[in-house]
Design a protein around this ligand. Sequence first.
Ligand SMILES: [Fe+2]
Length: 194
Amino acid sequence: MSSDSTQPWLHQHSKEVQQFGTVRQFPLGLSYDARMYSCQRLNFSLADSQILYSLYKKHHWLMRGPTFYQLHLLLDKHASEQLALIDKLAERVQTLGGVAVGDPRQVAEITRVPRPPDGVEEVPAMVSRLLEAHEMILIDAHDAASRVAENGDDGTNDLLVSDVIRTGELQAWFLAEHLVHTPLVRSGEAAPLA
Ligand SMILES: [Fe+2]
């Protein structure tokens, strides 16, 4: 090929230049052990959040019944917010010198969130499943936030508290209110018809 060719060099491959589970040395004022620990915890939260995002999209698509429209829209809004969160978690791993989990097949190997049936569950069960995923992520985030703070990693603590925990808590509230059985037309205290 001549030196002035504009032909791209296609079909290139390489060996791994950084392995998953390792961290590079960045001058952040944080120890190797602190960055290593934070990356491990962040990758778990990242994998679980990617699954939660996918569950939101799945249930956004499969929604049905009288509350279809509002839940269809709400679940998509939550999915968008989880997607923004996923990017922050992944970029925090990279900021610390680590390797963020990205391929969905590796995500499936790492996540602790149970796999749903491939088909369709009843609407309250779909909402409950999302709530349970949220609580699992929140319990883990509270624990991770306090432990990374002990290691001096204030940036990761802030991300876990300000984004993972606060976003998750708010979304859980919006979901939980859809599992309250309230009369739609006639109050239970309404006077009997004459
Ligand atoms: Fe959609």
